[in-house]
Ligand binder design. Sequence first.
Ligand code: AMP
Length: 574
Amino acid sequence: MKSVREKVVVGIDLGTTNSLIATFSGGQPLVLPNALGSRLTPSAVSVDGDEVLVGSAAYARHATHPNDTALVFKRDMGADLTRKLGRRSFSPQELSAMVLASLTRDAEATLGVEVVEAVVTVPAYFGERQRQATRDAAAIAGLHVERIINEPTAAAMAYGLHELDRELKAVVLDLGGGTFDVTVLEIMEGVIEIQSSAGDARLGGEDFALALAALASAQLKAKLGHAPTADTSLARLREAAERAKCRLTEDEETDLALPALEVGGAAHDVALSFSRPEVEVAWAPLIERCRHPILRALSDAGARAADIDEVILVGGATRMPCFVRLASQIFDRLPRRDLPVDEVVAMGAAVQAALKAGDAAVEDVVVTDVAPFSMGMETSTLLGQREVRGLYTPIIERGTTIPVSRVERFFTLASGQRRIDVKVFQGEHSLCKDNTFLGSYQVKGLPPKPAGEVGVDVRFSYDLNGILEVEMNIAGSDKKEHLVIEERPGKLSKKQIERAREAMAKLKFHPRDTLPNRTALARADALYVELTGLARDELGAHLARFRAALESQDSALIDETRAQLLAVIDAFTR
Ligand code: AMP
């Protein structure tokens, strides 16, 4: 089915909780389904013996096999650590690579063509290391990354596609599971210009679920004299709170039922009820925290709330009515949600992919972006006789329109100084130790002259992919040196990528065609652990019927019993 000649560039939203893959077809972005028919693939990897599961089946296994399952690894991208699953250890890049490979396989199955190139989105606040780690992940998955774009930029592109003839200023509010991102942008004559971005990397829908769990826990303490403390009880409470939180988006009131929950050493059938206003009181501090990045992004863009023509919501948690209210209050208008909040980033990535592929439908779209953080180098200064080291001198300031190239000249501090250490950092703090180290290089061979008479020009070039290149040149000489970015922490060498690719090729992934069965089993197993009494018996009976059908290899019977099993699961986890 694969054709080598036909190739397609896809857009991928590699998310913390869910990932999506989209293509551009008939002038529109189109999000593609996975093997289960869903457009959302959980960013989850689980190892079962010598078999690897990716997506929903892996996510469901987390409840029963937490030590063999990895979630939220996007947060670790660029960090020097590994996760042990089963007998093997995986880097965050390898885990992300498995998600990328799974999305790619699904897209190939749907499109019937080979997918080798992709536009991948990353959060605007992702630094150099995390962006490089994302590229490395794609390389391990055998994908060439055509472009890395910021998630809010992608969202703007998805909307911008329909607004090209309008002149407007917009703000993108992206509240995902774990992060909040705010971006101010302008669309003018088909050009999307990102003016500022700000965010809170530790604020998301998950925090609202935890706040609701804390509220439930306080009520249990008042009722039973104890709050739940056992790990399993806390995990169940958090899961139930997550589901209740989502129900409160639609309903004014909801129940939170946890049969046989262990509290204070005994099992209790917990049944609590919450009204939306009551829960919103507990959420008020979180909603207040959402205000800060919004105000900062506005002020960085030199805009007032009243200047904003459109408020665009992105991310699952922007569905919450209290969030919609906050956005409406600040901007004095109803936010736009005409594109699905979960899919808009992937759709925008597909628009960018179409741009790359030269699709006529998008030929008028141009995007400019800004550097989401400052980048600079370490300098020293003389205070009297004392040399003060470790000072941070930004060269590219946060908010600068990219691509950008800036050069600055630095002078020797001591007479006869023959070399200069160029240490590159990213961040906003005045001292380097508080910023993120990106790499260093030693410029040698400076002519021996009195202090301050030899200069080194340091050029920082930051491209649209968010990749920084540093070039150094001794003033007055032709010799140019490039910063050996290869050596920076977290970045994989070509060899390491090759090794990781080979290792991944040896892994046994669960076959696509039986993934729906495997996923249903994993979900049922996870729920079975949680349930007790009659509910457990009912689930157990359906599970047994499904297992028998699998043994029989009768595909009609398998499909029928699987549908029944999933209906029971959905009823219990509503
Ligand atoms: P994302 O990272 O964009 O997939 O967003 C995931 C977050 O959105 C999670 O915290 C979800 O709980 C949250 N979310 C998804 N659907 C809803 C909903 N209907 N109401 C409230 N939060 C939701």
